[in-house]
Design a binder for this molecule. Structure first.
Ligand code: THU
Length: 136
């Protein structure tokens, strides 16, 4: 899996940024406001929130918004070291399957932090997405 240790300080920075992003969510249909924040290989943090749509399937999850924002701001060499996701209601919030695949593209060694019914969990992306798809 390779070593990718995330300090307690970086973990807290990520959770704080994700919490702030959840407040900016556009979720009038589900009322489930989600925030995500990622730490890059160069130490920057980028955040995103879910953006829903009246045509439900067009909704963009918070994690993908964070990834796309990072690339839009910093370019395609993005390396995701870690990502935290949460929702404003403090309910369990593991990343969905589509977001796992998108995170894996830029962070095959990423550590993911998310709330479960048993409290915060930390998992390697490959634990959440075994055999992630790659073209090369
Ligand atoms: N959602 C996320 O933002 N991230 C996830 O990983 C799971 C689901 C959002 C999508 C939708 O706006 C709301 O949560 C309810 O599904």
């Amino acid at each position: 899996m390779g070593s990718n240790n995330i300090s307690a300080e970086d973990r807290e920075r990520l959770i704080k940024a994700a919490r702030a992003a959840a407040k900016r969510a556009y979720a009038p249909y589900s009322q489930f406001r989600v925030g995500a924040a990622l730490l890059t290989g160069t130490g920057e943090i980028f955040a995103g929130c879910n953006v829903e749509n009246a045509s439900y399937g067009l909704t963009n999850c918070a994690e993908r918004t964070a990834v796309f924002a990072a690339i839009a701001r910093s370019g395609p060499k993005l390396r995701i070291r870690a990502l935290a996701v949460l929702n404003a209601k403090e309910l369990p919030c593991a990343p969905c399957g589509a977001c796992r695949q998108v995170i894996f593209e830029f962070g095959p060694q990423a550590i993911i932090f998310f709330p479960t019914a048993q409290g915060w969990k930390q998992a390697h992306i490959t634990e959440l997405l075994p055999e992630g798809f790659r073209l090369k």
